[in-house]
Design a protein around this ligand. Structure first.
Ligand code: GAL
Length: 368
């Protein structure tokens, strides 16, 4: 599914957007005050720590309201117990469909079973729900492509070539929360690119922390990543050796890493910042990209993801077959969940204006 997947996804996405725009323009389907009636959709999201999740929630709420649906939106503050409780309450309140961005994809099995018994359909949002057959659809981005974009950026900026003899450059690797299913996709997408350069010696990992189990970051906490980076810099970068690139899985963690690096005098003429990746195109990190501290981020347009999820929900609720563009790639251990995956995009100093500002994703006035 991955080779050439991004281009294919982009084409499909455009087609879907064109279709829905046409539908909106001709008023077909959704006019006369929407079609939701008294139907309430439950939206269970994991956290408010990353601003993207706040945007996800607001975007879906807005779209559902426009279609005449009621919404019941809850944030779990990264707590599994809280999310289980929230989802069960949604079912008890009679919500007709659930959209769930899981704190821990494995921990909602009982709640999902309860949903199935009550005839409530479930869409896994952004993160796949695992180990349960009671998941109807999955709406997300191509997570493998996210990691691939991060790694390709590092490879290009360092000028690494197959069979070349650049470097050796020092790299440190980080990943997100071990219980977030996306993390496996992000990390393998990146390592499938980086591995050959580690093997042929163009890249070196002084800390030797290279396996996913060694580099995950509990609940994506930036402070933890900052501490880990501090330890690695203290222990493995002595006698003038410096880190040239850091695989950071998302913007929050990238900001934590940048703090640790600055404390170690990186970001000066004598010791420039390493190449640092990111994900989510958060305003704070785009400002760091403009300031030359973070190198890139992976932009996942949460407005489009919300559109996909809301359209899916509407189709399911009106007995239609939702549009799918990935049928086989998302096995949750119990079921292959039919999915619609959007393509992520690499953003840096050279294209953030066009991609983020001109598209209205970030306001120019919020940027430095
Ligand atoms: C992932 C998500 C990323 C990022 C991260 C931290 O599951 O796909 O976009 O937000 O969680 O919350």
């Amino acid at each position: 599914m991955h080779a050439g997947g991004a281009a294919r996804l982009r084409t499909v996405t455009l087609a879907v957007l064109t279709l829905s725009l046409t539908a909106a323009a001709t008023g077909c389907g959704n006019d006369s005050g929407g079609q939701g009636g008294e139907v309430t959709v439950g939206i269970a999201l994991p956290t408010r720590k990353q601003t993207r999740w706040i945007a996800d929630g607001n975007n879906m709420e807005k779209l559902f309201k426009e279609q005449g649906y009621k919404t019941d939106k809850q944030y779990a503050d990264d707590s599994v117990d809280k999310q289980v409780e929230q989802v069960e309450e949604m079912i008890d309140r009679g919500d007709k469909l659930l959209i769930i961005g899981a704190v821990d994809g494995f921990e909602l099995g009982d709640a999902l079973q309860k949903a199935a018994r009550a005839g409530v359909k479930v869409i896994a949002y952004d993160r796949l729900l695992l180990g349960s057959s009671n998941v109807d659809y999955y709406a997300s981005f191509d997570n493998y492509a996210v990691g691939k974009l991060q790694a390709r950026y590092i490879i290009d900026k360092l000028g690494l070539k197959k069979g070349g003899n650049a470097g050796p450059y020092n790299i440190e690797l980080f990943a997100g929360d071990a219980n977030d299913n996306n993390v496996r996709g992000f990390f393998s997408g990146a390592m499938d690119q980086l591995d050959e350069f580690i093997k042929d010696g163009q890249l070196e990992v002084p800390s030797q922390q290279m396996r996913l189990s060694q580099v995950t970051t509990y609940k994506w906490q930036a402070e933890i990543a900052r501490e880990t980076m501090t330890t690695r810099l203290d222990d493995f970068y002595k006698g003038g050796s410096t880190v040239d690139a850091v695989l950071a899985p998302n913007d929050g963690i990238a900001r934590g890493l940048i703090e640790a690096l600055k404390k170690h005098d990186y970001g000066t003429a004598a010791k420039p910042m390493p190449i640092i990746t990111g994900q989510d195109a958060e305003t704070e990190s785009v400002n760091e990209i403009i300031a030359g501290e973070q190198s890139m981020t992976v932009y996942k347009d949460t407005r489009k993801l919300a559109e996909v999820a809301v359209k899916m929900a509407q189709d399911i609720l009106s007995g239609k077959q939702p549009e799918i563009n990935n049928r086989e790639g998302n096995d949750n251990g119990n079921k292959v969940v039919p999915a619609y995956l959007l393509a992520p995009v690499s953003v840096d100093k050279s294209n953030y204006k066009k991609l983020l500002v001109d598209s209205g994703y970030i306001k120019a006035s919020d940027l430095n």
